[in-house]
Design a binder for this molecule. Sequence first.
Ligand SMILES: [Zn+2]
Length: 159
Amino acid sequence: MEKALKADYSSLKALGWLEVFEALKGWWPKRMNIEDLAPYLDALYEEKASKVMDTLRGMRGEQWRPSPSMLYREIQGIEAKKRQRHDAPQDQYGQRKRDDQMPSALVQVRLLIDSGHHVCNCSPRSPTVIKDSLCVLRCKACGGLEQGQVFEAEDDLDF
Ligand SMILES: [Zn+2]
């Protein structure tokens, strides 16, 4: 990126960074020269200028010009939030999972199985299932782990 900076405006422009520079310079009061763009380029060289620009637009309300590291952290934060949304537990139809289907519950079930906790084998199955505070389901009749959740725990968890 430093090469781009040492070159002329046109290469910065081609890469979209001139727009970033203009925004940084124009939206906040303190003076900024083109050389001041260098630390931004250093910190953000992995990002597309368009993404940096979008992030900047979201930061217009800031009183002071965001530093390179602020901008970097903001982008990382947005990325993390996006990932979280993307990773929000869903079943294969895109429905939010019930709390007893959440990985946290399934991990508990898996731990209980591994420590020898018995699985309900009632026949017919007890119609009443109790859910504990960790969302582990147990048969009310025998206290064993509920088969459906055990099945999911063994199916869903890869360890
Ligand atoms: Zn049972």
